[in-house]
Design a protein around this ligand. Structure first.
Ligand SMILES: [Zn+2]
Length: 69
């Protein structure tokens, strides 16, 4: 997806910046816990189309947490 386009995009709910997940083809709003789909390179910025993130996904990835109990 276009970097300039991505820079322009904000979450329609909180107007916050989105993080682009290239692998999943999703735009993530960690504030709302929503993942907006990118279809054929077109971001779908509709809350009703967005996927609810799992609690795990909402946590910021930290290098110290490798799942060791
Ligand atoms: Zn948001």
């Amino acid at each position: 997806m276009d970097k300039e386009l991505l820079a322009m995009l904000v979450c329609p709910l909180c107007k916050g910046k989105l993080k682009y997940d290239r692998k999943a083809q999703e735009l993530l709003c960690h504030y709302d816990g929503l993942a907006y789909p990118v279809r054929d390179g077109i971001p779908v910025m509709l809350p009703e189309e967005a996927r609810r993130m799992e609690v795990d996904e909402k946590l910021p990835a930290s290098p110290g947490r490798t799942g060791e109990a």
